[in-house]
Design a protein around this ligand. Sequence first.
Ligand code: NAP
Length: 311
Amino acid sequence: MTTTPELPADWVRPVGSTGLRTTAVMLGCSPLGHVEPASEGVATVRAVLGSPIRALDTSNDYADGESERRIGQALAEAGGLPEDVLLVTKVDARGSDFSGRRVRDSLAESRARLGVDELGLVHLHDPEYHDFDHVTEPGGAVDTLVAARESGEVRAIGLAGGDVRVMARYLELGVFDVLLTHSRWSLLDRSAGPIIDAALEQGMAVMNAAVYGAGILVDPASTSYGYRRAPSELVEAAAAMREVCARHGTDLRTAALQFSVRDERFASTIVGMSHPDRVAATVEAATADLPADLWPELEALVPPRRVWLDA
Ligand SMILES: NC(=O)c1ccc[n+]([C@@H]2O[C@H](COP(=O)([O-])OP(=O)(O)OC[C@H]3O[C@@H](n4cnc5c(N)ncnc54)[C@H](OP(=O)(O)O)[C@@H]3O)[C@@H](O)[C@H]2O)c1
């Protein structure tokens, strides 16, 4: 029999000053768009809706829209989006088109697939793969997202992406409510330090995604980190951290998750899952009691900057 772990007092958290609320852990819906059979992805969303995790992160283009469709199916079965659940999506380019028109289409597609009339938080997704001048042109993608917030079509807007130098440039626009950074503030990589500081200085909320690097921090057999092959120093650091965790009676996945969850700068930590049984395991890991002397030992093993994603 599984028991519901006791949740910390700050499990439900504000999303900056947007008026929205999230939970310390959020379901990352990228993997569940791909998993077969599709019913497994839908069941993962259903498991989250019945759990203490009250926030979901998807995007218009995860699995070509299949992630949003599977979420939409689970929400329809549940009778609609529960009032206490934050549903986050992202606007995506189509090919090289990241125009204002494309952003309006992206919002409409997401609403239709998710089966919702209103969108709470919508991020500009992965702008680093597009020309800055195109995305920020008058009437373009950024302007259109800002206008969607002003008209009330969306409650809040965010910036979601990787490369910290490009994200820093977008942050200078000063128009976003939330920053989503990924793979760059974890046990193995600290590239995102400066953009996290910059976002917090603007009063933005920060969400930290992919704290397992979608690889070696959750799967001992993996040799990838941050969607690419990990340099040997990263693989060796992960192996050494695994031993430290075992000595302290825990495992690397739990430590990798809590490294982010215990960091008060983050409104949410976003964890990708595509199987329903991951949900209880994740809540348990997020709330497990870990010894305080684990952290300095792990800190001593952080790989050098030259092997971080944005060295
Ligand atoms: N640019 C962006 O906006 C951006 C970029 C990256 C990530 N994100 C968001 O952040 C989320 C997290 O990133 P991610 O999913 O790529 O990477 P991640 O959270 O670092 O790792 C996800 C992987 O961890 C595995 N996992 C989770 N819980 C597990 C458990 N209890 N036991 C064993 N394995 C477990 C999952 O396996 P299974 O699939 O088998 O459950 C999944 O493949 C994404 O889904 C997305 O929502 C956004």
